[in-house]
Every structure is written in C-alpha cells, then in structure tokens.
Design a protein around this ligand. Structure first.
Ligand code: FE2
Length: 231
C-alpha cells in the first residue's frame, strides 16, 4: 500500500481520486482508502490497426483517434464530477442540469466512434447470402436500395452520423441521421453500421468531397462486425 506523508499546514489537492480533497496538518493518505470512493475510469480503445486502410491517411486517422480519446476523457470527467455533485447535494444546481445534458453528448461521441472504428478495417463486399443482407432486402427491397439510402443520409448537410439501426422490438432495419452525437437516436434500437460524417472524419484527405470519403468508407467496411451486431 502506498502512503504519502504531508507536512503540517500543507495543502494538497487530489483531483485524481474523484473529487477535491483539501488536507491540512500531518496527514497520511492511503490510496487503498481513497480508491473505495473512486470510479474506475473507462479506457480508450486502441484502433491503430486501422492505420494503412485504403483511402485513409495516417494523419487523418491519428487525428481522429485523438478526438475519440478526448470524448473518453470528458466522459470520465463528467462521471466523476456528477458523482461528486450528487454527494454534495447539488442536484438542484443549474450546473448539475447542464452537466447532465452534456453527459449524453460526450458519452455518445465516445461510443459512436467505437462503433465506427470497429466496423472498419476489412475488405470485400457484403455476403449477399448472409443474414444482414437478407434483412436489408426485407427492409429496402435489395442491398443496392439500402446502400443508396444509406449514402443518401450520408450526403445530408450538417455534422453527425449515419446509422443503420435494427429495431430490437420488430427486427426491422432503418437508416437514420444522428445530429451531432445525441440527437435523433431511435430508442431501443441497436446500431449495426455507423458512419462518421463530421468534417474531421474526411476533410484532411478529401476536402469538401464527402461522397469520395463515403466511397472509401464502403471499401473498408467490416461486414462481419456489422452482421455480428444483429440481434
Ligand atoms: Fe469523429
């Protein structure tokens, strides 16, 4: 067990233990004790294996990974801050309400990037005899019609995400637009394929040519990963 001995009248701030600790006097801090009140942070995943994908420069991908790591860091920070405010009885404070609203934006930004990176990194077309392609035919008439619709959503003006959802109640598929990270989600639906259409996802390599980026995205879809998300 690690201990820290602080001299008298020295003040110590420890934000890493999930709150602000102000200590005075001869103080012994046990990390084993502080850990009881600390929530384990969520760790950003490593997607460096995607470097080298056709149509995605290393610079673009590394920038994108850094942005993703920022969402993870901010989600962790909000979890800690909101827990501390709850403990301090500050749930009626306007700051609490705003941070609660912010939480969905940061969390969804984190999780959507994970779905996106995890449905990339493979080669080859969808297996037309597989269960995902069959569901696309059920919902859209053909794979080609599904693709036309998905790309049509991707071409919409604005920043956000294209999401192929499966409704867990009916099993049906829907292509949807998620505004920013948190607007437009379908309740109870399961993300199957995620496409990031924020400008940071393509401008370094493609400028304003979003359609070319979406073509590159389609060349690298991991269809097995997408199909594995079906319920
Ligand atoms: Fe992104």
């Amino acid at each position: 067990m690690k201990t820290i001995f602080m001299p008298r009248r020295q003040f110590l701030t420890l934000s890493a233990v999930g709150g602000l600790l102000l200590l005075t006097g001869q103080t012994k801090i046990s990390f084993a004790q502080t850990r009881k009140e600390e929530k384990m942070p969520y760790n950003a995943k490593d997607y460096s294996k995607l470097i080298g994908m056709e149509g995605f420069s290393e610079t673009l991908l590394k920038n994108h990974f850094t942005l993703y790591q920022g969402y993870v860091a901010n989600t962790n920070k909000l979890v800690d801050t909101l827990a501390q405010m709850l403990k301090e009885g500050k749930t009626a404070a306007p700051e609490y309400a705003e941070l609660k609203r912010r939480f969905g934006w940061e969390f969804d930004g984190m999780r959507l990037h994970e779905y996106y990176f995890e449905n990339l990194g493979a080669k080859g077309a969808i297996d037309k005899s597989g269960k995902l392609a069959k569901k696309m035919v059920d919902a859209f008439g053909s794979y080609e019609e599904w693709e036309k619709d998905f790309k049509g959503v991707g071409a919409m003006r604005g920043i956000g995400w294209v999401t192929l959802y499966q409704d867990t109640a009916s099993g049906n598929l829907f292509n949807c637009w998620i505004n920013e990270h948190d607007g437009g989600h379908l309740v109870g639906c399961n993300p199957i394929l995620i496409l990031d259409v924020f400008e940071h996802a393509f401008m370094i390599d493609y400028g304003l040519k979003r359609a070319d980026y979406i073509t590159a995205f389609f060349k690298n879809i991991d269809w097995k990963a997408a199909e594995g998300r079906l319920k």
